[in-house]
Design a protein. Structure first.
Length: 615
């Protein structure tokens, strides 16, 4: 008699159903396991404990399809067998009869239950270290996992959730620090709640120092946490306000962590392809103070608006060349090697705690694409940025359902004191006609109902076609309205702790608003404040954009985005259209989010965009 049995306490879901449909069934189910059926046209089965599905679906918009929320791939499908093969079956294999009808899933054997390898792993980061330390005196640091969130750990409430774990898989731990040095910066760790690795940390300065810990599985970031250590200081550590989230399921070809440590940038590059060696904590060859970085932003604004197109282009090229020299050569070499192997544009996500410098414009050392293409980093790759901050989720999502669009614009008459924007209202009209956007005039009175909403709805996209102004050294970043009022970044986002965020995606087609500033010693301005509020993506120009070109790009952007094109690819294609006699607006736009982020738009139950395939 077999020691294994068939469990028939199942809830069967279809992959094309929405999250809302599934959650309704899950809430009333007494099943132990959920089986998802996907037909492509071959039938694939996916088995999960019921509580796993409940948790993963809770992170997603109700209108998202199950196959997107669970990231159902052919390679992750459960194995299938018949009832005569139970003894050799993997735990949670699907049992089918001779007509391929579902009979149940395989239970673990009675003898092995409790010790059977579980392909599902969930834990929270554990970073144990003393809260205070002495300058130049080493202390012990233990990194691992724990069952419950650590309230004293920045990012400690974000669970590490792994599906389809293999028996011998290991977690890669990578350390970096602000004001600290380590005896080693990388170690392997078993995916086991009891597993722990130890390091030695030595403070190199007084004050507030930070230990950054990244957890990787198969070269993909799956966890992040930060521990504050006060060195000869009585300052209070800053708590985290980021919401729990699901790490993006689409890996990027190259994940770059860029951290400012004093006047030095430290680069870590993690290629997803395991044939390539990561670059870890490599400093830039040249120092660059925060003030010098702000000055670079000011120079960029001035160069881009030079009345002579030729001189503007040459100044941009010079600044881009200088910026490229701050990227260590091993990073560029890794780019080149990856591009040569993959033979396609790389997806690159640059995470940084310093937003001042426009890394999109850094000049690459050698072309990554065939042909005579612009050598700017973000023209050679599908490039995106993300902000490393306690209030920002460590990784952006790779999919977002848009359920509501608000479009703010004005033509700006002679009495506004601003140049006329002939094409701004065209952007608004396009969004109204094609995507049922709610239109608002760009005045404080007209915007009052929008900004004063007491409740928030997930998936709200906000689009501005207005004037903007940025003076980084004067700490001025604002949207200029048609009634001569100005909206700062903080005034736009309001309460950054509300969840869901008031605006899930923000596109500000206004001059200079993508340029960051400084406030209270931290990056400020529209990029930082919008991401801190919980938005999944942000697009805006760094400098003065040509009105007609800006309107054309907005129409192109939404047309492609709502056909499920990855946003990183859309931005890259626009930059590739930059040629010697074209407007510098084609280089102005930057994107914060996942380079593979796809938007789907649904309003009142009607889907207006093609969903990405589940291949």
């Amino acid at each position: 008699m077999s020691s294994r049995s068939i469990n028939r306490r199942l809830l069967v879901l279809q992959a094309g159903w929405t999250v809302a449909q599934a959650q309704l069934l899950l809430a009333h189910s007494q099943a132990e396991y959920v089986v998802v059926q996907r037909t492509e046209p071959q039938i694939y089965w996916y088995v999960y404990p019921l509580e796993v599905v409940q948790e993963r679906l809770s992170y997603h918009h109700p209108d998202i399809a199950i196959y997107l929320a669970l990231n159902l791939q052919e390679t992750s499908a459960s194995s299938t067998l018949n009832s005569n093969q139970l003894e050799t079956a993997d735990y949670l294999s699907v049992v089918l009869d001779d007509q391929q009808h579902l009979q149940g899933v395989v239970n673990p054997s009675a003898q092995a239950k409790g010790t059977e390898f579980d392909p599902f792993f969930k834990a929270y980061p554990s970073v144990v270290a003393q809260n205070q330390a002495q300058l130049n005196q080493a202390f012990d640091l233990a990194v691992g996992f724990r069952d419950t969130p650590d309230a004293g750990l920045i990012g400690g409430h974000n669970p590490i959730v792994i599906h389809g774990l293999q028996t011998d898989e290991r977690c890669t731990i990578m350390l970096s620090g602000d004001g600290l040095q380590f005896d080693r910066e990388q170690a392997e760790l078993a995916f086991d709640i009891q597993a722990t690795v130890f390091f030695k940390a030595t403070p190199t300065r007084t004050g507030r120092c930070v230990i950054y810990v990244d957890y990787y599985r198969q070269r993909q970031l799956v966890g992040h946490a930060e521990r504050v250590v006060l060195v000869d200081s009585n300052a209070e550590p800053e708590p985290s306000n980021a919401s729990p989230f699901d790490f993006g399921s689409t890996p990027v070809d190259l994940l770059i962590n860029l951290r400012r440590d004093g006047d030095t940038f430290k680069w870590t590059a993690m290629p997803h392809d395991q044939a390539f060696t990561p670059v870890h904590n490599l400093p830039s060859q040249q120092a660059l103070s925060e003030q010098a970085a702000q000055n670079c932003a000011v120079d960029l604004l001035g160069a881009a608006v030079n009345p002579s197109l030729l001189l503007a282009q040459r100044e941009l090229e010079a600044l881009a060349s200088d910026l490229g020299q701050f990227v260590p050569s091993p990073i560029w070499q890794l780019h080149s090697d990856l591009a040569q192997k993959l033979q396609r544009p790389l997806t690159v996500l640059l995470r940084s705690n310093d937003l001042a410098l426009p890394w999109e414009l850094a000049m690459v050392e050698a072309p990554l694409l065939a042909g005579d293409q612009p050598l700017y980093w973000a023209a050679q790759t599908h490039f995106a940025r993300w902000y490393i901050h306690p209030q920002v989720s460590p990784m952006p999502p790779d999919q977002l359902n848009i359920s509501q669009i608000s479009a703010i614009a004005s033509r700006y008459g002679w009495d506004s004191g601003q140049a006329e924007l002939v094409h701004a209202v065209d952007e608004q009209t396009m969004l109204q006609n094609q995507w049922q956007a709610q239109a608002y005039e760009a005045t404080i009175q007209a915007l009052d109902p929008l900004l004063s909403q007491a409740t928030t709805q997930a998936g709200h996209l906000l689009h501005f076609a207005v004037h903007g102004r940025s003076q980084p050294n004067a700490r001025i970043q604002e949207i200029i309205l048609a009634d001569n009022n100005a909206i700062s970044a903080k005034a736009l986002v309001g309460n950054t702790r509300r969840r869901p965020p008031q605006f899930s995606f923000v596109f500000i087609n206004a001059c200079q608003v993508a340029t960051p500033g400084q406030s209270l010693g931290q990056a400020a301005g529209f990029p930082a404040e919008i991401l801190k509020s919980g938005a999944a993506g942000f697009v805006a120009p760094l400098w003065e954009a040509d009105d007609q070109a800006a309107g054309t790009f907005a129409a192109q952007f939404y047309s492609q985005a709502f056909q499920a094109q990855p946003l990183g690819a859309i931005l890259q294609q626009y930059r590739l259209s930059y040629v010697a006699n074209s407007t510098t607006t084609r280089l102005a736009y930057i994107f914060y989010g996942h380079p593979a982020l796809r938007l789907a738009y649904s309003s009142k139950g009607a889907t207006h965009a093609q969903q990405p395939s589940a291949a």
